[in-house]
Unconditional design. Structure first.
Ligand SMILES: Cc1cc2nc3c(=O)[nH]c(=O)nc-3n(C[C@H](O)[C@H](O)[C@H](O)COP(=O)(O)OP(=O)(O)OC[C@H]3O[C@@H](n4cnc5c(N)ncnc54)[C@H](O)[C@@H]3O)c2cc1C
Length: 424
């Protein structure tokens, strides 16, 4: 997402340039290659993807499934000019030296089939963005009491677990651990594919708020000029934020119906995920939802299995209990969503991280600015987190700081980019 948007900006400004995009993944699409097979975009597809590259859908309301997202990225790569290339399974190691030649950056790359090799470049844009690394595991979970001897399944196992299940398989209780976007997707998928005799439990952890999809992106029949757009909603959120009242602000937007939760009317934790009415209804009608409580472990009690919660309460199941790990998705400590640095790095490379929030627009717009030359940074105010969230708990203020820096940087970029660029 981040990397190909940087490429799209270069293509728009300097289509004749020589551009090499490298990624550890074999195919374009970054972490979408690692996400579970039933994931879909949680927002309409035009809000995601490569800037200026058309999607293959006619209906703009479609929440694109994973394979369509990957197809979109791949079709962009296939449409690149001949002097642009994508090299998968290639690792960027470092900029070894900065010289004063025409191609001053001596870049070290590595591929399994070629070992380490070097290329000379004028610019290196490190666009690793979000840099997804998986989900918090049971052993990393501070609520886990260590009593559970049972293996937890990952989201990539869910389809297989469902397929291998037939009439002879013992009835099951699927326990989805974590109630964020992944947990909701998993609960919806399980509810649609499990057998009637199987139970479904969703243990939310800290109850989440989601953007109310129908309210924020109404269909044509409900469109009105009085409906604020998402950036207007975010602006409204931070204009009333004083640095300390994050929970109160979330509660206000929840009470206005812009944010909503699956069951908990008092939830105040929001992490940018969207939820539609149909998903909410499906989870409510098919799963036992445990809100504001954490899974701590399971105990075998002979004919039943005890599912223990951090509040001290528990659920007992006489069915086979399968734990599906949907705890918080994690990013590498180097994730551009966890800390900010000035884009111009001491080794001569450039990195924009999440200065505008999402890595796609960030890399697209800052790369447009970057093509104006190094002097652009003299005119460009840049705002960022003053501390890193890699070594610090993501707390309730994170979302507001993230939105605030995104809006501040968007306004600052307007000093160096045209309105046409800002809209693109
Ligand atoms: C389950 C899930 C669903 C999501 N759904 C949405 C959604 O609907 N809408 C939305 O806007 N966001 C969504 N997100 C959040 C995020 O915006 C997207 O996942 C987005 O695709 C992230 O793109 P990225 O480029 O920032 O990071 P990544 O997709 O993580 O890409 C970083 C890439 O850099 C590569 N890399 C890292 N180091 C090196 C190196 N040294 N050399 C070469 N390559 C390297 C990695 O292999 C990776 O391919 C979702 C996240 C998750 C976990």
């Amino acid at each position: 997402f981040g990397g190909l948007n940087a490429v799209a900006a270069l293509r728009r400004r300097i289509p004749e340039a020589k551009v090499l995009c490298v990624d550890l993944h074999k195919e374009p699409g970054g972490s979408w290659s690692d996400y579970y097979d039933y994931v879909r975009l949680h927002a309409r597809h035009p809000s995601f993807g490569v800037s200026g590259h058309k999607w293959h859908f006619n209906d703009p309301t479609i929440l694109a499934p994973r394979d369509d997202v990957l197809y979109h990225f791949k079709s962009f790569v296939n449409s690149m000019p001949p002097s642009y290339s994508f090299s998968g399974e290639t690792e960027f190691l470092r900029v070894a030296e900065k010289t004063s030649s025409e191609y001053p950056l001596h870049v070290i790359l590595r591929r399994d089939d070629a070992g380490e090799y070097d290329v000379q470049a004028r610019h290196v844009i490190n666009a690793t963005g979000f840099f997804y690394s998986g989900h918090m595991t049971a052993s990393e979970d501070p609520h886990n009491d260590g009593s559970s001897k049972q293996l937890e399944w990952g989201t990539s196992d869910v389809s297989r677990l469902l397929q291998e299940c037939d009439d002879s398989t013992r009835p099951r209780t699927y326990v989805v651990v974590g109630g964020g976007k992944t947990g909701i997707d998993t609960a919806c998928y399980l509810s649609q594919h499990k057998r009637v005799e199987d139970d479904l439990v969703l243990i939310e952890g800290r109850s989440k708020l989601f953007l109310n999809r129908e309210r924020v992106f109404p269909d044509k029949a409900n469109l009105s000029i009085w409906n604020p757009t998402l950036p207007e909603i975010y602006l409204d959120m931070i204009l009333g934020w004083d640095g300390t009242n994050s929970k109160e602000r979330m509660a206000e937007f929840r009470d206005r119906g812009i944010l909503h939760s699956v069951v908990n009317p008092d939830a105040t934790s929001y992490m940018f995920a969207h939820l539609g009415a149909s998903e909410k209804d499906l989870v409510r009608s098919s799963a036992q939802v445990i809100s504001d409580d954490y899974f701590v472990g399971i105990e075998d009690h002979g004919s039943t299995t005890r599912i223990k919660l951090s509040s001290g309460s528990h659920l007992d199941s006489a069915k086979e209990v399968l734990l599906i790990n949907c705890r918080t998705s994690t990013a590498e400590p180097r994730s551009g969503y966890l800390f900010d640095v000035h884009p111009v790095r001491p080794d001569g490379s450039t990195t924009f991280g999440g200065l505008l929030g999402s890595s796609g627009p960030t890399n697209y717009k800052y790369t447009l600015a970057h093509t104006q030359g190094a002097q652009v940074y003299d005119r460009l105010a840049i705002y960022g987190f003053k501390h890193t969230f890699a070594d610090r708990q993501i707390d309730e203020h994170y979302v507001f700081q993230f939105i605030l820096k995104g809006i501040a940087n968007s306004l600052a970029l307007m000093d160096v980019l045209s309105l046409e660029d800002m809209k693109s």
